[in-house]
Each structure stands twice: as C-alpha cells, then as structure tokens.
Ligand binder design. Structure first.
Ligand code: URA
Length: 233
C-alpha cells in the first residue's frame, strides 16, 4: 500500500472510531432526544473543512450534515467554486439536533454554550485527524466557537483568522440565513458570500500548488468570477 493510501486508511479508521464514541455520547440532554448523532462527512484528505452550527431535522433523520435545504444551497455554493461536497469535509459544532418544543411541535434551536463546549472535543478531534489548511465557518455560532463570543458576523466575516492547528479560518454567512432573507437584502448578502467563497477558492489553489496536485486531493481550477456566480447558479 502506498503512503497516500495508508494515510487515508488511517484517517478513515480514526474517524470511524470517533463516530462510534459520539454515537454513544450522552453528555447533554440532546444526546437522549436525537434520532442519531451526526458527525462529519467527506474527504479525510481535504485541505478544506466546512463547519456549520448543528444538525437539523433532516440531518437528524439521515445521520449526515447539511442534507436539507441549507445543504442544497451549500452544495450550490461549493459547485460555484468548482467543488463537490465529497471533495471537502463537512461537519458541525454540535453533533446532536438541538430542539425546542412549542405548542406540541418540535423546532430546531441554536446550540447552548454548554452544548457547544461538551461537543468541542469531538470537533477538535475531527480537525486533528483531517489537519485542514483552511476552515470555513458558516454562521455566527460556528464563528463564535472559534473566535469568541464577541465575534460579529456582519463586521468580521470575510477576513482570514488564525484557526486551530495552524489552519486559515474564514467566516461567511450560513446558507440557512441566506435562505431566510427576503427583499433587497438577498443579492447584497449573496455577493458577500460569493466574495468569501472566491477567497476560499484562491487560498485552496495556493495550498494545492504548495502540496502538489496529486497530494492535495482537490480539483484544481479557480473559477472565473462572473456576474452571475454570486447567485450560486
Ligand atoms: N445547518 C447546520 O448548521 N448544519 C447542518 O448540518 C444542517 C443545517
């Protein structure tokens, strides 16, 4: 077996054992109400890790992050920079669906600081296994988990920060937020997201060039910025 295959196999094994630990985890009350725990998916050799907030209803049912409407938009955002979902590693700050019950109905809610703290070890271990060069945090909760409670997404997205393990970290708006927008704001926000995506793609191309195309495990082609791409095609 060549060194690339054995590295891949080793990472797959470490991720599988982390997944079984998370499946048995009951540190929080939501560990008892979830259908199943949702760990990351994608390429264990990806230089890019995408971190969202936490699983919603669809993710809880299917056991995979970003499979609902926000996931569809995330797939389009990735396609707009010539990436497929399976080229990158996609995970969340928490691994169980956080819910609230109102009038007999169950809704998603943002994770509490305690839930994020309890799950942090699992996110850190995913990052330690994948060793990404770039982390893209989606939305304020994911951003705050890396950059502190005072992080302001409107003022501080689109900037490179020093992330865990020496990775470059950028924050952009969460696709679920983009989907909730109405009126004139939509295109303005999409343009901001598009400029963040282009910055990520350019950084990836730099990383790919440094590692060598074979090693980087990443399709190498920066998209031409065109007027429509911010609409995520
Ligand atoms: N939103 C997230 O932050 N994560 C998911 O997995 C799905 C929706």
């Amino acid at each position: 077996m060549d060194s690339e295959s054995s590295l891949l196999e080793e990472r797959q094994q470490r991720l599988a054992s982390l997944r079984s630990e998370v499946a048995a985890c009951r540190r929080c009350a939501i560990g008892y109400t979830r259908t199943q725990a949702v760990c990351g998916v994608g390429s264990p050799r990806s230089p890019l890790v995408i971190v969202g907030e936490g699983p919603g209803e669809n993710e809880d049912r299917q056991g995979e992050p970003f499979v609902g409407r926000a996931g569809e938009l995330l797939n389009k955002m990735l396609a707009a920079i010539d990436l497929r979902r399976e080229d990158v590693y996609i995970t969340n700050t928490i691994k169980s669906r956080a819910t609230v019950e109102e009038n007999g109905r169950v809704f998603n809610r943002a994770p509490t600081p305690d839930e994020m703290a309890n799950c942090r070890e699992y996110l850190d271990r995913e990052l330690a296994i994948i060793e990404p060069r770039i982390i893209l945090a989606l939305g304020a909760p994911a951003a705050k988990s890396f950059l502190g409670r005072d992080f302001s997404i409107t003022r501080q997205r689109g900037i490179w920060y020093a992330g865990p393990g020496g990775a470059d970290l950028m924050v952009t708006f969460h696709p679920a937020y983009v989907l909730r927008l109405t009126g004139g704001n939509i295109n303005a926000v999409k343009r901001l997201v598009w400029s963040d995506l282009l910055a990520v793609r350019h950084k990836l191309d730099e990383v790919t060039a440094q590692r060598g195309a074979k090693d980087a495990q990443m399709p190498a082609s920066a998209p031409e910025p065109d007027a429509l791409s911010f609409d995520f095609r």
